[in-house]
Design a binder for this molecule. Structure first.
Ligand code: PAF
Length: 285
């Protein structure tokens, strides 16, 4: 049975009563099978004796002016049903006033230089908003482990770095992206797409595959193969296509070994992101 708590005090009491380890899955609701896999990963880490907490909170602090805060899908009944199906013990669903009682916080988490690159270059302030709410959720739930999707890879890297740099004593785990049969990464924002846009959107994962296939030849070939795939499909307006190292630092032109290929594009008014791991170098692609 899933308990729903609305306040930090109730959440604190629920986790204080827990005997086993606590795993947190932060979400903004509009839950889909990608979130279900995070909840499954959380359960696998803490086991049946542990406590899985999922938060459902559309965090205004991480949306810029003109972004989709107002139209972001809110699907509470379905969210709760999914959390129950996944055996989540506690759902924390606070109001904005509960999380930010004094309005916008005076003190926020600075994501550092990486916070201004890639997504941060297109969405100024986004990662300060993400890290601030995640730090608050860590403070309220005191989890041993927190699970985030690799689909938001830059977010995952920054949360890991925050936990390490600020000694937050939480193990941050990433879970693989869940995809539609044609490769489209599951995202709460996919529901904004009409049928034609949905067809166009599949080019993102095709581009990542093309990059993976060419990775054996080196970074430039990987980038070029992915870029050629994207250029082939009108209707996807590319914000960036970048190849970085697994921590998102820049790569040398002759780099070999593990890397991350990241793409962001607009399809209609919907902004989609995706990424994949790849291995650069002869014989490893
Ligand atoms: O990935 C998300 O859904 C959000 O950015 C998060 C981590 C729940 C913070 O609001």
């Amino acid at each position: 049975m899933t308990d729903v708590v609305r306040t930090g005090a109730e959440l604190g009491a629920a986790v204080a009563a827990a005997r086993g380890r606590v795993a947190l899955v932060p979400t903004m609701g509009a839950l889909h099978e990608g979130h279900a896999s995070l909840m499954g990963a959380a359960r696998a880490v803490v086991g049946d004796g542990g406590v899985v907490v999922a938060s459902v909170f559309v965090n205004p602090l991480q949306f810029g002016a003109g972004e989709d805060l107002d139209r972001y899908p809110r699907t509470w009944d379905a969210d709760l049903a999914l959390a129950e199906r996944e055996g989540v013990d506690v759902v924390f669903a606070p109001t904005v006033a509960e999380v930010y009682p004094g309005g916008d916080p005076q003190v926020t988490v600075d994501p550092g230089p990486l916070g201004a690159e890639l997504e941060g270059a297109v969405r100024p302030g986004h990662f300060a908003g993400v890290l601030t709410v995640v730090a608050k959720l860590f403070g309220l739930a005191r989890p041993d482990v927190a699970v985030f999707g690799e689909k938001d890879y830059q977010q995952l890297v920054l949360i890991r770095r925050m936990a390490a740099d600020l000694c937050l004593r939480v193990e941050v785990r990433g879970a693989p992206t869940v995809r539609e049969p044609d490769g489209l990464a599951l995202s709460s924002r996919n529901r904004y797409l009409d049928d034609e846009q949905r067809r166009v959107a599949a080019v993102l994962s095709r581009a990542l595959h093309a990059g993976q296939d060419a990775a054996r030849t080196g970074p430039e070939a990987a980038r070029a193969a992915a870029g050629a795939e994207l250029a082939d499909v009108p209707g996807a307006e590319v914000d960036y296509l970048e190849l970085r190292d697994p921590d998102l630092a820049p790569l040398a032109p002759d780099a070999t070994g593990p890397a991350r290929l990241l793409v962001a594009a607009r399809v209609g008014t919907t902004r989609l992101i995706d990424n994949t791991a790849l291995s650069l170098g002869v014989g490893t692609g």
